[in-house]
Design a protein around this ligand. Structure first.
Ligand code: GNR
Ligand code: NI
Length: 173
């Protein structure tokens, strides 16, 4: 497995629409494996392929607490929300492409998601709680949306400036 580099805002790729995968072959599975390693190393609870500069509709999730015994990663190819609850949830979201910034985002509390799994089988699952929040955050990435897009232009621009400054100041030893 290979740990990949994560791109940060305002990278133009983070605004692009990712393309559906035609079939889950070994190349897609290799991408899923590398994304999982990258997500665990970050560490994060979700990752969309576009965050590692690959414009495919592929995401990985694992919302189990870090250090938990048997972690259960979810691999989702071509995910689609088929139902969303009327009740909403507010969660203080973060993003590996917007390091060290957090903001409240309101989303449906539960969603049903249709997707192809690691084997390429079609599945549909009900997701709730943090998993529901996270899967919607990841599907947004596939549509070129980052959580800061839900904030005011002023807040968004301030965060982008801070991320740019922080990454410019990073000295590579
Ligand atoms: O690691 C992550 N944590 C998180 C917390 C609240 C809501 C969404 C997330 S996803 C994020 C990893 C990431 O950037 N995925 O795209
Ligand atoms: Ni993110």
């Amino acid at each position: 497995m290979t740990k990949l580099d994560i791109i940060n805002v305002p990278h133009p790729l983070l605004k692009t629409l990712s393309t559906p995968v035609e079939r889950v072959d070994d190349e897609v599975r290799k991408l899923l494996d590398d994304m999982l390693e990258t997500m665990y190393a970050a560490p994060g609870i979700g990752l969309a392929a576009i965050q590692v500069a690959v414009p495919k509709r592929v995401i990985v999730l694992d919302t189990a607490p870090e250090g938990e015994e048997d972690r259960k990663p979810l691999f989702l190819v071509n995910p689609e929300v088929t139902w969303e609850s009327e009740d909403l949830n507010v969660y203080s979201e973060g993003c590996l492409s917007v390091p060290e910034h957090y903001a409240d985002v309101e989303r449906p509390a539960s969603v049903r998601v249709k997707y192809l799994d690691y084997k390429g089988d079609l599945r549909e699952d009900l997701m709730e709680g943090l998993t529901a929040t996270c899967v919607q955050h990841e599907i947004d990435h596939l549509d070129g949306i980052v959580f800061i897009d839900y904030l005011s232009k002023l807040k968004r621009n301030m965060i982008i400036k801070k991320v740019q400054k922080a990454t410019k100041d990073t000295v590579v030893l």
